[in-house]
Unconditional design. Structure first.
Length: 93
């Protein structure tokens, strides 16, 4: 469950608990709202835990980092020369 999904469950549960006054036979809407809020809180905690573990698991720190930066000279650019061949003996239009 993602963090956004958990927040949506918490909001939906809060709406059902405190804003809805509807009665169904054999179903208490307030209890359903509380259950949704608790499920959202559990999902939010799990999502935050997953983010924390993923950020921590980078790799072993004991290994030295060897960087080999290789710089190569860029190849010379080819330039294209365009010739403008005009014949001035033609009459202008």
């Amino acid at each position: 469950m993602t963090i956004a999904g958990s927040i949506i469950l918490i909001m939906l549960g809060a709406i059902l608990t405190w804003a809805v006054e509807f009665d169904l036979a054999g179903l208490d809407i307030n209890v359903v709202g509380v259950v949704l809020m608790l499920g959202g809180l559990v999902g939010l905690g799990f999502g935050l835990y997953r983010i924390r573990v993923a950020r921590r698991a980078v790799g072993p720190i004991d290994e030295p980092v060897h960087r080999h930066e290789i710089y190569e000279e860029p190849q010379a650019r080819r330039t294209t020369v365009y010739e403008d061949r005009r014949h001035y003996d033609e009459p202008p239009l």
